[in-house]
Design a binder for this molecule. Structure first.
Ligand SMILES: [Zn+2]
Length: 411
């Protein structure tokens, strides 16, 4: 059975992923997301499909699911964790669109409708679309993140976002034998520093800041990164607080313990810290030693008011824990030492450091993963700099494709 593949978005870019696979009578859509840039970027309109598969709930993978389910009579296959977190993010994206004046791609009714179309899958389970069987495997990246193995005369593995190393939050993904490997390539050409070293340096800096009489503000993405940081702070003696949307994600993650490396440790990390539940707690959190909060790129969320209150004191520090995209407030802070507070640009005197706590496989790990899958063809996507990885994989003897958005090609 010939297989045709098409990227609606997320081919040569990190973000707005949408992959269509056509196999005989079955038309499958993997992920349908939006890039949360200013203004947001959307994938091409999805063509008619039979079933949708969601790898995980980051907005660049799930943000356009309600658009698809409101147009087509389709079910969405996903883990329960992806469904729960997805609902939170899709609802939040409506609020963001309204407050920023972005076009409304869907409303609350469409999100509800989408959630009603979710069908649960667990790792190791198989589902079918017409005569095509699809099996779910853990992708490592964040709790509940899934790779899909599409079976037929030729097997195709769609990785979604991928992490092969164990983190504190989730165990790493294992390779799956396949003929075609459709793999993310965010870190093509780049490797991460040693994780344990990064964790050590981060904790050492937090202690140094506290010892000099300052406080550490730790901006962290709500989904995945907040929990990873709380797990890291758990064993310290530090007085740490958590605020923002990460609090809701903590609860959702703890309600699906099967997707966590250790639910017990995450529960301890959450309860050991202090959650900001109301205005008064937020006032007290300002005097805490560490505050972990959203947004991770400083574009809105409680983090802005925490930094506003702390910005004039050089004893304080802002410890960034994730990638800061071009045009974000976090990137502005890194590049110029200033950032925007409610439309006004102000100088920030605090120490600013960025740490690499990435949940994506680095270059060497991607090569190792591909070798473990031993496919004939590798399709690289979700990367804005795919050539170094493509070259490394060609050297290993793989046939490598780097398609652009809108290109249809056989597998
Ligand atoms: Zn992701």
């Amino acid at each position: 059975m010939p297989i045709e593949c098409e990227f609606l978005g997320g081919g040569d870019e990190v973000g707005r992923l949408g992959i269509v696979l056509r196999m005989g009578k079955a038309r499958l859509l993997f992920d349908y997301g939006m890039s949360a840039t200013d203004p947001p970027k959307y994938p091409a309109p999805a063509p008619a499909i039979d079933k949708m598969f969601l790898t995980h709930s980051h907005l660049d993978h799930c943000g356009m699911v309600p658009w698809a389910t409101s147009r087509y009579d389709i079910d969405v296959i996903a883990t329960t964790t992806s469904r729960k977190v997805g609902e939170l993010l899709m609802e939040d994206s409506i609020k963001v669109a309204a407050s920023e004046g972005y076009p409304e791609m869907y409303g609350k009714t469409e999100v509800k409708q989408a959630i009603g179309r979710f069908r649960e899958i667990e790792f190791g389970d198989t589902t079918s679309v017409n005569s095509v069987q699809v099996r779910a495997h853990s992708a490592g990246h964040i709790p509940g993140a899934t790779m899909y193995e599409v079976m037929g005369d030729r097997t195709t593995l769609v990785t979604g976002d991928l992490h092969t190393l164990d983190t504190r939050l989730v165990g790493g993904a294992k390779p799956v034998k396949c003929d075609n490997l459709i793999m993310e390539s965010t870190y093509s050409g780049r490797n991460h520093p040693d994780r344990l070293k990064t964790e050590y340096q981060f904790l050492k800096k937090v202690h140094e800041v506290v010892d000099r009489g300052g406080k550490a503000i730790v901006p962290a993405f709500a989904v995945g990164r907040t929990q990873e940081i709380l797990l890291l702070l758990k064993d310290s003696k530090l007085d740490y607080w958590h605020d923002g949307m990460g609090k809701s994600v903590n609860k959702l993650y703890l309600s699906e313990p099967q997707h966590l490396r250790s639910a017990k440790r995450l529960r301890q990390a959450v309860t050991r810290g202090r959650e900001v539940k109301n205005f008064h707690a937020r006032q007290r959190a300002h005097n805490g030693e560490v505050i972990v909060t959203t947004s991770g790129m400083l574009d809105g969320g409680p983090v802005v008011s925490y930094i506003e209150a702390a910005r004039e004191d050089p004893k304080n520090a802002i410890l960034l824990t994730g990638y800061q995209v071009e045009g974000s407030n976090g990137r502005k802070l890194l590049d110029s030492g200033t950032m925007e507070f409610h439309g006004v640009v102000e100088k920030v005197e605090c120490e600013v450091i960025k740490y690499d706590f990435s949940a994506h496989a680095g270059h060497d790990e991607l090569v190792g993963f591909a070798k473990g899958c031993s496919p004939e063809k590798v399709v690289l996507c979700h990367g804005d700099h795919r050539e170094p990885l493509a070259e490394a994989l060609r050297k290993e003897g793989f046939e490598v494709h780097t398609p652009g958005n809108g290109e249809k090609f056989p597998l």
